[in-house]
Design a binder for this molecule. Structure first.
Ligand code: HEC
Ligand code: HEC
Ligand code: HEC
Ligand code: HEC
Ligand code: HEC
Length: 289
């Protein structure tokens, strides 16, 4: 209808279509950014806890182990938050008048647990299990950061699906010896600080990850990988009642391999921990059951 509309209105119409398109895209990007922003994921934020409990003081300062308080982390899906009794082991004697600890004493006298605010909280439709991660060589620090340096707890990672998938796609880059799970300062092997590992044939029923022995000190005493005779007590010898004749320790030849890169160590551990292939670990049913 050129009589009614001027010639350039066509261009205008096209322009407004393009503009609308751009606005829709921009909104999409904004929503996506928002979805990942610390404001939504609460990454890095300190919760307003009833007691300003400091991991830094209790872990780094007093040298308490994570398992002292999070007792079930190796054997159940939940790490667990300690009951007030655990705090009172010490605070019945130490800092008994501190106002900061009033909610702890109050909980102890009334028997009601301290209303800690959860910092990490996955939606109910996601399945997560500490036991398997910890027993397959993922350290607390990989997921929770330097807890020993946190005066107040915060979330180091988003815990969003793409964060989980990023590791499941390629777990080798995050695997470490299971003996170093609680080591907050673990460093991946590098040419100037290698790691030596050997896999043993353990009695059936032993979790696969327990059959790998790693050390940061050269087990053969000389450079490179080497064979070493390790004196290994036969199973059960340690718990034999006093007075029993304990069978002599048998020398077991362990073939230690030297690792100077995380990927080499990771691939060795993938094999010996018997970790499923990444395609299986990425399938929806693993986490959404
Ligand atoms: C003296 C007891 C104690 C020790 C030792 C301890 N924790 Fe905790 N932890 C707590 C308490 C109490 C809370 C709940 C309050 C808070 O979030 O700060 C907590 C909370 C946490 C949380 C967050 C829980 C949530 O709400 O999502 C993580 C993660 C955690 N601890 C990891 C660790 C790690 C890793 C270690 C070892 C380096 C450790 N803790 C050692 C007592 C302890
Ligand atoms: C092994 C003994 C021990 C246990 C167990 C323990 N505490 Fe403490 N706590 C201490 C000591 C010692 C201090 C003083 C630390 C300092 O000043 O360096 C302290 C200090 C505190 C403080 C004062 C602020 C700070 O961190 O310095 C709070 C709050 C606190 N503890 C809460 C708790 C809670 C809650 C629990 C239980 C989850 C707990 N503590 C378990 C020994 C313990
Ligand atoms: C693979 C990542 C990963 C590793 C490794 C890991 N955690 Fe967690 N942790 C999580 C996730 C995810 C949650 C939230 C779970 C939920 O909401 O169900 C969590 C929650 C927690 C909580 C809150 C209570 C609970 O059980 O939900 C504590 C305490 C905790 N972790 C301690 C630890 C300690 C101690 C270690 C090391 C022994 C550790 N975590 C290793 C990912 C991890
Ligand atoms: C840093 C690495 C890492 C991160 C991060 C991680 N995982 Fe895993 N996950 C693993 C490894 C390794 C296994 C063990 C796979 C095996 O043994 O085959 C595993 C196994 C699992 C399993 C299988 C458990 C079973 O019993 O079959 C589930 C479910 C799972 N992860 C959920 C999650 C969820 C949900 C998240 C994110 C909140 C997450 N994981 C984050 C490394 C990781
Ligand atoms: C390694 C564990 C893991 C695997 C595998 C996984 N998811 Fe998720 N998924 C999660 C977690 C964790 C969340 C919660 C994210 C959050 O809280 O923001 C989630 C959330 C979701 C959501 C809710 C929307 C969202 O993004 O928050 C959908 C839909 C979803 N997943 C679909 C899938 C599909 C489809 C697959 C298979 C292709 C899959 N997931 C595989 C861990 C996993």
């Amino acid at each position: 209808m050129p009589q009614i509309f001027e010639r350039n209105s066509n261009a205008l119409a096209r322009m407004s279509l393009v503009l609308t398109g751009l606005i829709v895209i921009a909104l999409g990007v904004m929503l996506d950014q928002l979805q990942r922003s610390p404001w939504v994921t609460r990454q890095g934020q300190r919760a307003d806890q009833p007691v300003p409990f400091s991991h830094k003081h209790h872990v780094q300062g007093l040298g308490l182990q994570c398992q002292y308080c999070h007792t079930t982390v190796e054997k159940s899906s939940y790490a667990g938050i300690p009951p007030t009794r655990t705090c009172m082991n010490c605070h019945a004697q130490i800092w008994t008048n501190a106002a900061l600890l009033e909610p702890v004493r109050n909980s102890w006298y009334t028997g009601e647990s301290i209303p800690w605010i959860r910092v990490h909280d996955l939606p109910d439709f996601v399945y997560f299990n500490h036991e398997i991660h910890v027993n397959k060589g993922i350290g607390c620090e990989t997921c929770h950061g330097r807890v020993d340096e946190m005066p107040l707890m915060y979330k180091q990672n988003t815990l969003q699906m793409e964060w989980c998938l990023d590791c499941h796609r390629n777990p080798a880059k995050n695997l470490r010896p299971t003996s170093r799970i609680y080591d907050m300062a673990w460093r991946s092997p590098a040419p100037d600080h290698p790691v030596w590992c050997a896999a043993t044939a353990a009695p059936s029923g032993t979790p696969t990850a327990q059959t790998v022995d790693c050390t940061t000190k050269n087990p053969s005493g000389s450079a490179g990988s080497g064979e070493m005779a390790l004196l290994q007590s036969p199973p059960g010898a340690a718990n034999a009642p006093a007075g029993d004749v304990v069978p002599a320790a048998v020398p077991v030849a362990l073939n230690y391999q030297k690792f100077t890169s995380q990927m080499d160590l990771g691939h060795f551990l993938l094999d010996h921990y018997k970790i499923r292939n990444s395609r299986d670990l990425m399938s929806c049913e693993v986490c959404h059951r």
